[in-house]
Design a binder for this molecule. Structure first.
Ligand code: NDP
Length: 494
């Protein structure tokens, strides 16, 4: 059996059962394999977790298929399904300290942010989506033969959905996908990142406690190249929703071709955050700082390219550098830490490689240092004197690293902001309503924030233009991606 390793923090929760969750049971992997999970604040072993491989994924898909076809969830009264999903949201809030603590141990992010941000956001998804269980309506359609046909549409669950979740917001992004999938009556195989599997396993337990029938939510931690690939290629999985890198998104598109799976892809970003000369600079600088440094910059929506109008450029660089220097970097259980360690050794190597590259491509205005051993820490880093062609400006770094570039006029900054293969989010800071509307229209991004950054809500659709992905998460619109529309045409006259 996979055995939890004793948690290293006095305030940290117990790790709990680290076996797979299939058909309502906690089980070891078929081959008995486990993998190691590390605490990114120390680099030390945190837990050994059962490692799902293709055979386990198949077992989970079969359980999900049985649960779907036998109908305890799909055929449950919608109001009852809504009640159970709501209850799961309540259980997340009741267990916020434990879930937040697991997230800090596993991902490194500050405990206060995990408990006060990630967990309530996840709970909010279940509370919001529970309302949709009773509102999945079709429509009646007046076709061209009056009195002859009665035609209507209805919405039905897709079947078995595979949900593949990354390590940056493990619980919250799982909730983005699990909550609408449940509301629509689907059954689920959830594969968390092997770097951060702990909260997904606990979510599966809490789902059972809420009354979600066995086999409806199966959780199979494992490696992307093995468990993830098996799930995306499985012929009995009807849909895959994936959040992660654009490179892996492409691999998943190819794997899904076998049975023409439906796909939702939420991929990378290199989001522009644009500060005009008339902006409230105090708010803009703090907002831009939070927009890049929150969650260690490990966010697909991070505002990693800041364009500041030349008239305020020096002030923005000075203010941002000051904000960066004021940020406390440290162990996530220290209540003063605003930034914890990066998630893994591998990711630390990637981000610090970009920090070194930025030194060559431009100038360090602030930060630029990082831990060489122990935990995977990087100080918030601000680069100037880079160009639109610099790699640190073009490539997704996914760490607390930002470039600040000057601009002179509106059309120029629109062109430069859109000059990227990504199109996930954008920020605009201005006191002019006409500039705000012009920018909101012109920016090629799935979300545009004006005089704010990083505002998320279960009711707000989120997703990308261009290579940032396909489909949307959250909001009522996401239910389209978890249901089929069936057209029924009945002859009622001659
Ligand atoms: P990946 O895209 O490789 O991983 C995301 C998820 O996909 C994980 O659960 C991973 O499993 C799984 N996965 C990996 N390969 C496959 C596959 N062939 N088939 C199915 N699932 C697969 O991201 P990384 O963790 O490697 O991070 C690399 C970069 O991706 C980051 O530096 C960042 O730029 C970007 N990223 C973007 C995110 C976003 O929110 N859009 C989130 C995370 C990363 P496993 O972890 O077990 O390999």
């Amino acid at each position: 059996m996979s055995t939890p390793v004793v948690s290293p923090h006095a305030d940290a929760p117990a790790i709990g059962d680290t076996r797979l969750l299939i058909d309502g049971d906690r089980v070891d992997a078929a081959e008995g394999a486990t993998f190691d999970v590390f605490n990114p604040a120390t680099g030390e072993l945190l837990a050994k977790v059962a490692e799902a491989r293709a055979e386990d994924v198949d077992r989970a898909v079969k359980a999900a298929r049985r649960a779907f076809e036998s109908g305890p969830w799909r055929d449950m009264k919608p109001a009852e399904r809504a009640r159970v999903i709501w209850k799961l949201g309540d259980l997340l809030l009741e267990n916020a300290a434990e879930l937040g603590g697991l997230e800090t141990l596993d991902n490194g992010k500050p405990f206060l942010q995990a408990k006060g941000g990630d967990v309530p956001a996840a709970a909010g998804l279940f509370h919001y989506m529970s309302g949709w269980a009773t509102k999945l309506e079709g429509s009646t359609i007046p076709i061209s033969f009056p009195g002859t046909f009665h035609t209507y549409t209805k919405r039905e669950a897709l079947g078995v959905v595979g949900l593949i979740v990354p390590w940056n917001f493990p619980l919250t992004i799982a909730a983005w996908k699990v909550a609408p999938a449940l509301a629509a009556g689907n059954t689920i195989v959830l594969k968390p990142s092997e770097v951060t599997p702990l909260t997904a396993l606990r979510l599966g337990e809490l789902a059972l406690e809420a009354g979600i029938p066995e086999g409806v939510l199966n959780v199979v931690p494992g490696f992307g190249a093995d468990a993830g690939a098996a799930l995306t290629a499985h012929p009995d999985v009807d849909k895959v929703s994936f959040t992660g890198s654009t490179t892996t998104g492409r691999t998943i598109m190819r794997a899904a071709e076998g049975n023409i799976k439906k796909l939702t892809l939420e991929l990378g970003g290199k989001s522009p955050d644009i500060i005009f000369g008339d902006a409230n600079l105090e708010a803009a600088i703090q907002g831009a700082s939070d927009g890049i440094f929150y969650n260690q910059g490990e966010a697909c929506a991070a505002g990693s390219r800041i364009y500041a109008h030349r008239s305020v450029y020096d002030e923005v660089v000075a203010g941002l550098s000051k904000a960066a220097e004021a940020i406390k970097v440290g162990d996530g259980f220290d209540p003063d830490s605003f930034i914890g360690p990066l998630v893994s050794k591998q990711h630390h190597e990637k981000v610090t490689g970009y920090v070194d590259l930025g030194r060559e491509e431009g100038t360090v205005a602030s930060g630029g240092t990082y831990a060489k051993d122990g935990g995977y820490f990087v100080t918030p880093t601000v680069f100037t004197n880079v160009t639109d062609e610099s790699r640190v400006v073009r490539e997704e770094i996914f760490g607390p690293v930002v470039s600040v570039l000057p601009f002179d006029d509106t059309d120029e900054v629109i062109r430069r902001a859109n000059d990227t293969r990504y199109g996930l989010t954008a920020g605009v800071w201005t006191e002019s309503m006409s500039t705000a509307h012009k920018m909101a229209d012109a920016l090629k991004a799935g979300t545009v924030w004006v005089n704010c950054y990083g505002v998320f809500d279960a009711a707000m659709p989120f997703g990308g233009y261009k290579e940032s992905g396909w489909g949307r998460e959250m909001g009522g619109i996401v239910l389209d991606d978890y249901t089929e529309s069936k057209t029924v045409c009945i002859k009622v006259g001659d």
